[in-house]
Design a protein. Structure first.
Length: 225
């Protein structure tokens, strides 16, 4: 198998294995040493290319394409969902199916649209049959999401649904217990709310989502969207 150095590093990072480099070729001096950067150092184009060829977990076997993320690369809001569904897998863009239309409405309610936020998923490949991603799949993909967050440097993260919330917060609490309050990912405020796919089934919960969106908006630096 022909594996790029970047891909090898991504595999090792996903397995939590320290990458040993020759003396003088540590993270600080890789450019000098000429070694390829790890995922945590990639720019947007390199990261996109790395994700597009990723085979870190079995989800790559059945995907049509990876679904990287969309929106403003300097967005104040970053929306993090679960995984691509059938429509997203076909089109290569997150949240373009029915749940995505509802997400667009949720964003419009606070004066936003998908061009002014950044939208990404916990995993970049569609799980077969639209099942939830497994923990190992989410952790294999985590370096990519972390790098997206580091590149966007959002003022606020909105985690929609259980998979995003539990993975980002390393919690197994249900969304009902995580929503409605401020969390943080490092120094970035994080708010959890229900997934729009759940709202399609339980529209009466929309009022709780509205209150989560208002909370999120209040956590922005100047308190405005
Ligand atoms: N649900 C998600 O969480 N993400 C998508 O991209 C589509 C549906």
């Amino acid at each position: 198998m022909n594996m790029s150095e970047q891909q090898r590093r991504a595999y090792l990072e996903a397995l939590d294995i320290d990458v040993w480099l020759p003396r003088g070729a540590d993270a600080e001096s890789q450019d000098v040493a000429g070694a390829p950067p790890s995922v945590a150092e990639l720019g947007w184009d390199e990261l996109r290319a790395c994700v597009a060829e990723c085979q870190l977990c079995d989800l790559h076997r059945e995907r049509t394409q990876t679904v990287f993320g969309v929106g403003a690369e300097d967005a104040r809001w970053m929306i993090i969902g679960e995984a691509p569904g059938v429509e997203e897998d076909r089109r290569g863009e997150p949240f373009v199916g029915r749940a995505g239309q509802l997400l667009d409405e949720m964003l419009r309610a606070v004066g936003l649209d998908r061009g002014s936020v950044y939208i990404a998923n916990t995993v970049k490949c569609r799980p077969p049959g639209n099942r939830n991603p497994e923990a190992a799949e989410a952790s294999a993909c985590r370096a990519y999401l972390d790098r997206q967050i580091a590149l966007v440097r959002p003022e606020l993260i909105l985690a929609v649904g259980k998979v995003a919330a539990q993975n980002l917060l390393a919690s197994d609490a249900p969304v009902g217990r995580l929503r409605g309050r401020r969390h943080a990912l490092g120094d970035i405020p994080l708010v959890v709310t229900y997934h729009p796919a759940y709202l399609l089934r339980s529209p009466s919960q929309k009022r709780l989502v509205w209150s989560d969106l208002c909370l999120a908006r209040s956590l922005l630096r100047e308190g405005a969207a």
